[in-house]
Design a protein around this ligand. Sequence first.
Ligand code: GLA
Length: 747
Amino acid sequence: MKNSRTVHVCSIFPFLLAIVWSGFLGVDFSSGQTSQVFRLDGGNSTYAFGVNERGELQPIYWGGRLGAHDVLAAPHSMPEMASFDSPYTTTPQEYASWGAGLFTESALKVTFADGNRDLVLHFVSGKAAGAGAFEALLKDISREIYVTLRYSMDVESGILARSAVIENREKQAVVIEQAAAAQWTLPTARYTLSYLTGRWAGEWTLNQEPIQGGSRVIESRRGTTGHQANPWFAISRDDSGKSVGPFAAGEEHGEVWFGALAWSGSWRITVEKTQLDAVRVTGGFNPFDFGYQLKPGEKLETPIFYGGYSNHGLGGASRLLHRFENAHILPQSPNPKPRPVIYNSWEATEFRVDEAGQMAIAEKAASIGVDRFVMDDGWFGQRKDDHAGLGDWYVNKEKFPHGLKPLIDKVHSLGMDFGLWVEPEMINPDSDLYRKHPDWVLNFPGRPRSESRNQLILNLAHPDVRDYIAGFLDRLLTENDIAFLKWDYNRNWSEPGWDAVPVEEQKRVYVEFIRNLYSILADLRKKHPKIEIESCSGGGGRVDLGILRYTDEVWPSDNTDPFDRLSMQDGFSYAYTPQIMMAWVTDSPHWRNDRTTSLTYRMLSSMDASLGIGANLNKWTPEDFATAKRLIAAYHAVQKTIVQGDLYRLISPRDGSKFSASETVAADKSQAVGFAFANSTEEGRGFPLLELQGLDREAQYKLAWIEGKAFPGTPEVASGDWWMHHGIQLDLRGDFQAAAFRLDRQH
Ligand code: GLA
């Protein structure tokens, strides 16, 4: 080892974060000798990689935090174990390009102008790139293709942000057929994979399965994130000695590696177990129909793929992600405001909005303590139903003869702020905009334009479309006092043609569309710094860490059935913080399952997230108003703990469970809030004993009921140890019953 040295790249936390490298200078690949090792530490984890004797950048370690002075040896490529097991395939790489003898998933695949498709990336140089950040430059062995791998470690959570920038310094264009953001390599072990799938009005199903030989592909080919799968994964180690059984993804124990891709376009995550049992995860742009032409001098930047490690099971992994999202991803990070309690008109009035009707409902919403009144679809253009109007963003004069001002003023006079629904990327063929600009939609000329919900998609990659959308939104926010936009997106792509640019550039639409979406959102927020935005796509079709950099909350599902929501909210919480998870209380019986539930049950189901009301208040009784008012006040008092505290999923509602329960604990452990739901009790059996978690062991906590009660004998004040070890015996029986309580630390 030569020139051995340690460099602290973060002077504030030199003990928390260091990049250690040795032999950094004077690398001579041709000699076949190098001993460069790069290491990033953060939270409870360490990530290390280095240059092997062939000059490839090879992962060394990803897992629990290592000692500050532990020495990591330089990596070595695998020997040829058989003529069928090429070392190019068996040696893991930080970013494997398709070339040489690679048969496993590649991070990068290109076609050169002369037909050559072989690309072999070797390490050129590495440098610190700010606090906790590192950049490694790779280059093809003969051609002028450069790849910069970016790493940035969060000191608190140990969550590592990885991305790549691909640069063409050749004299001719190349076509990028596949470009991942990152590849992650796990220790060789037995694992359980967790991932989220769904459909419209049925999002957030947690799937768990053993990782076996071959590949499991989680993806969207829809041009957008999609309801059907979400770009998140977690991999739990089955044989860590802390888990039990052959298939044991522990909730609060065991090692878990997890990741989330920050991209709102077509994406793909491939989880692979190679023929030698190595487990790797590759994620980035979806290579399906991908073909990004990179001209000489151009660069393609991939999305960021975040990855983290927890040794406290899936619960620990979620808590790390939640904290990270609140601290680093959201527009209001590091201190996002708990979401205002909203009222939304959609389920009550659908498209039938007008000035008098909305004013009347607004009065009722204000009377129960709602903070924000949101008018949904139907206020613009010739919008009477979903056949017309999208694209024509002027106020409908029949419904609002004096514009939006009288309604907004009324809402303000009632002490609420005002929010509005928009669906900027969409267009109905029955609209003035389409009649004027039929060429603005995604389409292949001369081919049919498939409609969904009677709408087509505007091609945001087109600069004129981008300007039109940015312009109308800016005007809307300048002319009206609007605090919040619900930004909807109600279909997926079809016929994704872009004939305004040369043929070889047309597939860039997969990237440019999303970039322009992000830039419209960024510019809008810059010009209107007070605006808050919800990402909705017919429910949870666009929830990812990319859109969440520009949006404050999301609409997880159009399905507002309070019982269905328990499983969805549970699934959602594996990847995303309750801070962003809107949940409305709507009418009963519910349209989705025809299920009848009490208002209290519906309220509690939604209070276990960011609360909203979407019921038809014109049908409420005085008792309903009193119940909602009481529970909204109780919610306001503990909301920060619920949405930003540490979440413990005590009893899972999944897989037909009869019960579910969750608990959130404030960061300083001064408060905890618990929710419990009985789907159906049988044969007099009661609710399972609730043993709480995460409390300050020795502190005294006072129990207060928001709703429900415990069995006689439950103390009013007891230690954290009592609540965690003895637990609470809830008195909760029947069908669709709910309870909620708070514990406050005594001084
Ligand atoms: C989507 C949304 C709904 C509602 C309607 C309006 O389905 O998810 O909440 O806004 O559009 O058309």
